[in-house]
Design a protein around this ligand. Structure first.
Ligand code: FES
Length: 119
């Protein structure tokens, strides 16, 4: 496993590899991370796991206009621009958003991924 910690930004992908239409999944430090882009070009990154019942979120509908992702299992809705808040249940807990660092020169997207045992 990668020995990165929360203070080490990890390269996820390039900005032009993320579209507003479809979330992109990458694996960083053993964590499945989903990257979504809003219609305004803001990038959100979070673990690909619903806080309700641990179902992967990557097949859920993403609305770039509202920056909201719907869980494909029980239709909980997470509001990314509100810190990953569960705006519609049954999920109660928010998604944990990772800090996105974008290197403007080459469009490289890097994330700070905090693993549970590092907190
Ligand atoms: S697993 Fe996501 S809402 Fe139930």
């Amino acid at each position: 496993m990668d020995t990165a910690n929360a203070s080490t930004p990890l390269h996820a992908c390039f900005l032009d590899e993320i579209s507003t239409d479809t979330p992109r999944m990458v694996r960083l430090a053993g964590v499945a991370v989903l990257l979504c882009m809003s219609a305004q070009g803001e990038v959100f990154a979070f673990e690909n796991r619903c806080t309700h019942a641990d179902v992967p979120l990557h097949k859920g509908p993403w609305d770039p206009q509202t920056a909201r992702l719907t869980c494909p299992a029980h239709q909980a809705v997470f509001a990314m621009s509100e810190g990953g808040r569960a705006a519609v249940g049954p999920a109660i807990l928010p998604l944990e958003l990772f800090s996105v660092t974008r290197v403007d020169i080459d469009g490289r997207v890097s994330l700070r991924v905090a693993l549970p045992d590092e907190e």
